[in-house]
Each structure stands twice: as structure tokens, then as C-alpha cells.
Ligand binder design. Structure first.
Ligand code: GLA
Length: 338
């Protein structure tokens, strides 16, 4: 029997939604062939986060974003901007009082505005969507917003301000609120409540980003479906922004595996199949699905939450070859197209 020929994932899905990948300054080159063939959207994994793009006040480092644009223009990729306001990977100076002054709400808002407007003005028309605020909702039961300097110094309306600043700088960009554990019922309801209240206040927000850092066991398919339905009822776009399917439960710290077992690969293929079946079902609401990486050769999960432990969460293996999960994702679209 002849080998089945691989086809471009993003071409297969082009009538439904974009297929994206997070890339960094190494994988942009080391994974070039896969990036060209299978993906039509790119996101910077780390290089456009606050601490990397504005490491010191007023000193911007645009090299990598410019390179990303160059590559995307060559191969026709769309670009998602990630991320403008976050409690993590944000330079210390942002929250430090300047000499002789105190750090107050006005000053922090001004720093936020300058950061956002510098990026969105420079990249107007280049990045079609932006994660404006990342992970502002708390994972703790009974707590709404996550404690952070943004919240502490500015107050709850820091989120609204970020979206207003972004919209002023690039009125055409699609603006997203992005979070993880998005399918957990309690957190889902908080995210929904936040976005719904923003819409009531006429805050310019256009979508919810579901990070989708999932694993072989969690979240359940029902929880994913309920989350998609709930967010979709806000009548905004949904984007799956950071998808990966880890081989380990979050609290599983085993380190003995040198490669994934056949059972794991099969279970992962099944999970991807079920998840993409849902994405296809909700295609009217979903405008892009981005993987948090390209192949298992490099994934942030090989260091998190267990340092140095290899993980295999993506559709292509460590040698850039397709995995069982790739075929199952592809087959979801063939079944729609008939
Ligand atoms: C979060 C962030 C991403 C990235 C991942 C881990 O999901 O949004 O930028 O840091 O964690 O890579």
C-alpha cells in the first residue's frame, strides 16, 4: 500500500478558519518548511511580549517583529499580535516609580497607552488581530480579577483602557481578550461576565481568545463545547490562540519517558479529532486556530511545568514528520467537504 500523501493543513481548512502557529526567532528558520506548507497565520511566541519589545522605557526592540512581517509577506501569512497587557513577562520598570515621582494611576495608564499606541501604530494593517489583555481573570474560586500591579495601581478599568488605546491606534485591528483554563466552568463564567460587561460599556472588543493549553485527559469535551457555546453567545469572534495537547496531566510530574508510547499517540489523535470536530461544528464563530508551536522538536511544554521533561503536544513529531493526530485533524475537514 502506498503512503498517503501529506497535504497542507491550512489549505484544507481555508474555507473555515486560519491555521496558525506560534514561532520564535529559532523556529521561524528551523521549522521553515512546515511553516510555509501548513500554516497561514503566525504569532510571536515571546518576542513581542512587553519585556522583550520595550525592555527599557522608550527603547523598543522591533527586530524580530519586523522579521516576522518580512517572512509573512513572503509566504502570505496573516499575523496575530501577542500580547499587550499582561501580569507576566512585563519589564520591571513599568511598575517602578521614576526618580522623585510616585507611581500612580495616571502614570501607569500613560505607560500603557504609549506601549500600545507605539506598537499598533507601527504595525497598523500588518497584524490583523491582537491579544490586548492576557490572563486578567483569577483562577481562584470566589476571586474575579487576578491580583496584579495593573489592577492594584490602575483599578479594574485597566482592561477597558487597554482596549480603548488599542482601538484608537488601529481602528481596523480585531481586539481580543485571551485566557487559559477557559473551559473550566467557573473561570469560563468569569471570562464571559467580564466580556459581557465590557460590551455593555461599549468597550471596543471583538473577540475572545481561548488559549486551549489542553492535555490527553482534560478538559472534558463537554466543558470545551459548553465554553465555546457560552463565548459564542456573546456574538463575538472566537479564536483558539495557543493550542497544544500535552501528554501529561498538569500535576503529573513523571520524567521517565524518552518517547511517547503508541497508546499516548493514539489517545492524542483521538483528542485532536474530537476537538477539531467541535471547531468545525462551530466554524461560524471561530476565525482562527493557532497551535502553540510548530513541531515537537521545540515546545515550551518540554520545560513546563516540569523543567527539562520532553513533551510531544503538536501535530508534527521531533523530526518534523506528521503524527497520527495530523491525519485525524485533516480527516475532520474531508468529512465536511464530503
Ligand atoms: C501563556 C501566554 C503565552 C505563553 C504561554 C506559555 O499562555 O499567553 O504567551 O507564555 O503562557 O508559552
Amino acid at each position: 500500500m502506498g503512503e498517503r500523501e501529506t497535504v497542507s493543513l491550512c489549505k484544507a481548512y481555508e474555507d473555515l478558519f486560519l491555521i496558525g502557529a506560534a514561532v520564535n526567532r529559532y523556529t521561524l528558520h528551523s521549522e521553515k518548511q512546515l511553516i510555509q506548507k501548513h500554516f497561514n497565520s503566525l504569532t510571536a511566541e515571546n518576542e513581542m511580549k512587553f519585556e522583550q519589545i520595550q525592555p527599557r522605557e522608550g527603547q523598543f526592540n522591533f527586530d524580530y517583529a519586523d522579521e516576522l512581517i518580512h517572512v509573512s509577506e513572503q509566504f502570505g501569512h496573516k499575523l496575530r499580535g501577542h500580547t499587550l497587557v499582561w501580569h507576566n513577562q512585563t519589564s520591571d520598570w513599568v511598575f517602578e516609580a521614576p526618580d522623585g515621582k510616585e507611581l500612580n494611576r495616571e502614570l501607569l495608564l500613560e505607560r500603557m497607552r504609549r506601549h500600545i499606541s507605539t506598537l499598533l501604530t507601527r504595525y497598523q494593517g500588518k497584524f490583523f488581530s491582537w491579544d490586548v489583555v492576557n490572563e486578567a481573570i483569577s483562577d481562584q474560586k470566589g476571586e474575579f480579577l487576578r491580583p496584579s500591579p495593573w489592577l492594584e495601581v490602575i483599578g479594574e478599568d485597566f482592561i477597558d483602557h487597554a482596549f480603548h488605546y488599542a482601538h484608537e491606534a488601529d481602528p481596523d485591528a480585531l481586539l481580543f481578550y485571551n485566557d487559559y483554563n477557559e473551559s473550566d466552568p467557573e473561570k469560563r463564567d468569569k471570562i464571559y461576565q467580564l466580556v459581557q460587561s465590557m460590551l455593555k460599556r461599549d468597550v471596543p472588543i471583538h473577540g475572545v481568545g481561548l488559549q486551549a493549553h489542553w492535555n490527553l485527559y482534560e478538559p472534558s469535551l463537554d466543558h470545551i463545547k459548553q465554553a465555546i457555546e457560552k463565548y459564542a453567545s456573546l456574538d463575538l469572534q472566537l479564536q483558539i490562540t495557543e493550542m497544544d495537547v500535552s501528554m501529561f496531566r498538569f500535576d503529573d510530574h513523571r520524567t521517565d519517558l524518552l518517547k511517547p508510547t503508541e497508546e499516548m499517540l493514539e489517545k492524542q489523535a483521538e483528542r485532536y479529532e474530537q476537538m477539531f470536530k467541535l471547531f468545525v461544528e462551530y466554524k461560524q464563530h471561530i476565525s482562527s486556530v493557532t497551535f502553540w508551536g510548530v513541531s515537537d522538536a521545540y515546545t515550551w511544554l518540554s520545560d513546563f511545568p516540569v523543567r527539562g521533561r520532553k513533551n510531544w503536544p503538536l501535530l508534527f513529531d521531533t523530526n518534523h514528520q506528521v503524527k497520527p493526530a495530523y491525519w485525524r485533524v485533516l480527516d475532520q475537514i474531508s468529512s465536511v467537504k464530503g
